[in-house]
Design a protein around this ligand. Structure first.
Ligand code: PGA
Length: 255
C-alpha cells in the first residue's frame, strides 16, 4: 500500500439484518480499528439503523449505500436520493457495481451521473469498474476500465476524483472464490492511476483505488502489499465480523 489511508468497505448486497448491524457496530470500535477507514454498505433499508447503531456504540464504522439515484427527487418509484441518504447519515455510496451494470442495465453514462450526483452532494462515491472473463481473454480489460473512468471525467471533470474512490472489481472474481492475484490486481490498479495521471498527476496520486472480488481473510494481506492497492471492497467476507476484522487488521498492519 502507498501512503494513502486504506479504506476497507463491506458491500452486504441483499444480505444482513438488524442483528448483524448491531453486532458490527459493537465490534468495530476505536480499540479494534484506529488507523484505517472502515465502511459498511448494508441494503438501503438498513442504512438508517446502521447509522443509529454506530452512534449508540461509538463505532468507527462509516455508513454507506450500495446505490443512489442520479435524480434529485420526484416520480422515480423505488429509487433513493442523495438527500435521503444524507438525512440518515450515509457518507459513501457505491455506484456502478457490476451487478447493477449487468442485471439492471446501468450504462457508463448513467453511472457517471450517479457519481456526480453523490459527489456534489457531499456523499463520497465509490466508482466500481472491471472486466468480464471474456473481456480479459479478448485483451479488453484496460479499454473497459478507461471507458468507465472517461465517462466520469467527461461529465464531472478529473477533479471529481479528488474526493471519490475507485474500486477495481473484475467480474470474474466477484463471488467466485477466485480472486485476482496480487500481481494481476496491481497491474490494473497501476493502469488506472496512470490513466488518471494523463489528465492530472496530482489527482492520480491522491485517489484511493480499492480491489474487490473474492477478497477474504486469507488473501487480503498479499493484496495489500501491492503499491497501488489502497484497500478493498469486500462482499461475502464482509458478512462475517471475524473475517472482516481480519481483513481490516491486515490493512492496518500493511500501512
Ligand atoms: P465478493 O464481492 O467479495 O463476494 O467477491 C465483492 C463485491 O461484489 O463487491
Amino acid at each position: 500500500m502507498s501512503q494513502l489511508k486504506p479504506l476497507i468497505a463491506g458491500n452486504w448486497k441483499m444480505n444482513g439484518n438488524k442483528s448483524l448491524i448491531s453486532e458490527f457496530a459493537q465490534e468495530f470500535n476505536s480499540q479494534a480499528i484506529n488507523e484505517i477507514d472502515v465502511l459498511i454498505c448494508p441494503p438501503s433499508i438498513y442504512v438508517d439503523e446502521l447509522a443509529k447503531q454506530v452512534d449508540a456504540h461509538e463505532s468507527v464504522l462509516n455508513v454507506g449505500a450500495q446505490n443512489v439515484s442520479e435524480q434529485a427527487s420526484g416520480a422515480f418509484t423505488g429509487e433513493i436520493s442523495v438527500d435521503m441518504l444524507k438525512e440518515v447519515k450515509a457518507s459513501f455510496a457505491i455506484v456502478g457495481h457490476s451487478e447493477r451494470r449487468a442485471i439492471f442495465g446501468e450504462s457508463p453514462q448513467l453511472v457517471a451521473q450517479k457519481y456526480k450526483q453523490a459527489l456534489v452532494n457531499d456523499i463520497t462515491p465509490i466508482l466500481c469498474t472491471g472486466e468480464t472473463e471474456q473481456e480479459r481473454e479478448d485483451d479488453k480489460t484496460f479499454d473497459v476500465i478507461a471507458k468507465d473512468i472517461n465517462a466520469v471525467v467527461e461529465l464531472a471533470g478529473i477533479e471529481s476524483f479528488k474526493n471519490g474512490v475507485i474500486a477495481y472489481e473484475p467480474v470474474w472474481a466477484i463471488g467466485t472464490g477466485k480472486s485476482a492475484t496480487p500481481e494481476q490486481a496491481q497491474a490494473v490498479h497501476r493502469f488506472i492511476r496512470g490513466h488518471l495521471a494523463k489528465y492530472d498527476a496530482e489527482v492520480a496520486q491522491g485517489v484511493r483505488i480499492l480491489y474487490g472480488g473474492s477478497v477474504n481473510e486469507n488473501n487480503a494481506a498479499e493484496l495489500f502489499k501491492q503499491n497501488d492497492i489502497n484497500g478493498a471492497l469486500v462482499g461475502g467476507a464482509s458478512l462475517v465480523s471475524d473475517k472482516f476484522m481480519t481483513i481490516c487488521n491486515n490493512a492496518q498492519s500493511s500501512k
